[in-house]
Every structure is written in structure tokens, then in C-alpha cells.
Design a protein around this ligand. Sequence first.
Ligand code: GDP
Ligand code: MG
Length: 221
Amino acid sequence: MDPTLWQYQFRVIMLGDSTVGKSSLLKRYTEDRYLDSINETVGVDFYVHFLQVEPGVRVKLQFWDTAGQERFRSVTRSYYRNSAGALLVFDLTNRTSFDHIKEWHTEVCERVQPYKVLFVLVGHKCDMDVHKERVVSREEAEKLALLLGVPYLEASAKTGQNVKAAFELLARGVYLGLMSGEVEVQEGWDGVKCAAPLPLQAHKTNTGQPGLERKSRKCCA
Ligand code: GDP
Ligand code: MG
């Protein structure tokens, strides 16, 4: 199958204060690279990654990497509404970035209505644990995650730990929402897009699996 063919496209936004490592997480996930001196994000950057969420179902993940600084906030805000998922990132060695998570979460929830965004909370730079530089404990991060009703993971773009897991937890969450009807493809909303029926049609005849046919109809009806 052509690796760039996709049945669904999910838009995912990266949120969190500047320097928490949003761009580094994306670089690790999409290019499997880590740079110690990465360029500061100005405005918004785009990244793409293809993920097979189940046999024969390929999702194009389109990431919007935002600049955390207040001066770019108005740019960032304009992207919330068309996102299906958001990775909320704080730096485990930076308490202020953790304190700001609630604000990021509230701001997004308020602005995306009537649509919903799925979140995953990431405590980032967990490689710094060995240097005893952590200032936010796993317990308090888990408490916040519980309060917000979102899953929590600790990751490191530097070592690669849990990077795939974090992005894929989010992507699979959106996919499951789509399959259960909680997330819907809608006119005028770019959070989730459906591909042209052709690849799905080909896929349907190839697999002959009734479950997948049902899903295809949901997408392209
Ligand atoms: P952004 O502003 O949130 O996009 O953050 P960047 O990705 O630009 O990273 C900010 C700084 O944190 C850079 O100097 C990175 O090298 C550093 N950094 C990013 N990821 C990690 C990580 O996993 N561990 C450590 N120790 N540092 C990291
Ligand atoms: Mg950045």
C-alpha cells in the first residue's frame, strides 16, 4: 500500500509553555531525531506522520507545533478550534510550566466549543531524573491528570522514552472516539478529515471484513 495513502486525517496541536520541548517531541516522533540546540518555534510549524491504527487503516497525523510565548498566543488560539487532539506538555524540571497546564487546558476547552478536543498530558524531560532535577513529582502530575480527566505519561525526546506511546495514545483515542461516534466528521471542522472513498473501497474488497466495512461507511456516508 502507498504509505502516503490515508483513510483519516487527524489534526493535533502541541500546547505548553515555551522550552518545555514540544518541537523536540515532534522531531523525535516524526524524524526519530533529537537536537540539543533546536530552533525556537516562531508562530506555528507543521509536521506530518502516518500511523496504522489497525490493520488496513492508516491515519495521517497532522501536527501543529505552536510557540508557547504570549506574543504568539493569538496565532496559536486560531488553531485550537480545528484540532481533534492536543498534547499538553510541561517540563518536569520547570514548576511554572506545570502550573500553567490548567490554564492551557481551560483556554482550549472554552475556545473549541461546540467541538471537543482529546488531551494527553505529558511530563517531559524525564531523562533529567538521573540528574535529580525533577521538581514535579509523578504523584502530583497524576493528581492533576485525574482532575482534568486526561491520561498522563512521562516522556523524553532526548532518550525517546514514551514519545511514540504519548502520540499514539492520543491518536488511538481520537480513532476510538470516531469509531464510537463520540467524535464526528463534520462540515466546517478540520479536526478529522476523511479520505476520498477510493482507497477505502479498495480496502473493503481486499479485506472483506465486515467490521471494517461498517467503519468505512461511517466515514464516507
Ligand atoms: P519548545 O519551545 O516547547 O518547542 O521546546 P524545544 O523543543 O525547542 O526545546 C527547548 C529546550 O529543551 C532545547 O534546548 C532542548 O534541547 C531541550 N529539550 C527538549 N527535549 C528535551 C528532553 O527530552 N530532555 C532534555 N533534558 N532536554 C530537552
Ligand atoms: Mg517549539
